[in-house]
Design a binder for this molecule. Structure first.
Ligand code: GUN
Length: 301
């Protein structure tokens, strides 16, 4: 039976470090860490995530500002808000929750966030630094950074000789996750919806990372015995056993059957999810230290 990796516990350790770092920055440099989170429209899942981010920022002692914009918000209005926050010295991190409503073009908005305040790590400057192996001066996307911290709890920081397979090629997760694994010396395959014989590709993985958004797609016979499995999916499915109209969260991995085969596995909920928020807080305090001309090195991926 696999070790169930407790993401909540690891995330709590990161948050403790962030709180200490934030308090030290405030007392030594008179800088209160500031995070602005922007959400447009009324997608319930996005509101849940954003609410959790804003609440955690407050709990960390940050200046936490949430902009909840109506669905009718125009591209120019959103761009103007990002511009204003780029120039606001009290704000060190800016996050625009994705996906944006269909009438808005997310790419120019994301690229307009100052790289130094881009706590999502999505700006081409930060993505490019990661791609060229500079993990020191940029900001790394939060979910892959958090997933990587969980991988390093199992395998240490050097993944030499290990095969890693990432299913999913998004800018938000798959691509940066592959870069982090590569940086740690793993041999990396990025699989996706057009990959031929996906189960066979997955069976080669010592570290299997699933980020496809399909409930319980990865089955036990896709997984090499003794592999580490990182489940990034968050899918809500009907749960009639809990009552009418009830739902429950599952990942992209069939947890119970895969746990019979794997060495270690992240559960959903309670695995990668809590790490995303913790790493967002870590990125924000890191950005605030840099803005103050100081350096914080406590949480590393
Ligand atoms: N939507 C789902 N995950 C994320 C994330 O990590 N950042 C942003 N901005 N939007 C998301």
């Amino acid at each position: 039976m696999a070790e169930i990796i407790d993401g909540r516990r690891v995330a709590a350790c990161v948050i403790e470090e962030v709180k200490i770092a934030g308090a030290a920055l405030e007392s030594q440099h008179d800088t209160k860490t500031g995070l602005a989170v922007i959400i447009v429209g009324d997608d319930p899942a996005s509101h849940t995530y954003v609410g959790a981010k804003s609440r955690m920022a407050k709990e960390c002692g940050f200046n936490s500002v949430q902009y909840t914009l109506p669905i009718e918000t125009t591209q120019d209005e959103l761009a103007a808000l990002v511009m204003r926050l780029n120039g606001d010295r009290a704000i060190h991190g800016i996050l625009v929750q994705l996906p944006l409503p269909k009438h808005l073009d997310s790419e120019p908005i994301i690229q307009s966030i100052l790289p130094a305040k881009d706590v999502d790590g999505l700006n081409v400057v930060n993505a490019g630094k990661l791609a060229t192996g500079d993990l020191e001066t940029g900001l790394v996307s939060c979910t892959p950074a958090g997933a990587m911290l969980l991988v390093s709890r199992i395998h240490g920081k050097d993944l030499s000789g290990l095969n890693a397979v990432v299913i999913g090629r998004s800018n938000l997760f798959g691509k940066p996750m592959a870069q982090l694994l590569l940086h740690a010396n793993a041999t990396v395959t990025v699989a996706h919806s057009r990959t031929a014989n996906l189960p066979e590709v997955c069976r080669h993985a010592d570290i299997l990372v699933a980020a496809v958004g399909r409930p319980e797609m990865v089955k036990a016979d896709w997984v090499k015995r003794g592999a580490t499995v990182i489940d990034v999916g968050i899918n809500r499915i009907p749960a009639p056993e809990k009552g009418q109209d009830k739902t429950r969260l599952v990942g992209d991995v069939a947890l119970h059957e895969v746990a019979e085969v794997a060495k270690a596995i992240t559960p959903v909920p309670g695995g990668v999810g809590p790490m995303t928020i913790a790493m967002l807080m870590a990125n924000t305090v890191k950005a605030a230290y840099r803005a103050a001309g100081a350096k914080w090195v406590a949480v590393e991926v």
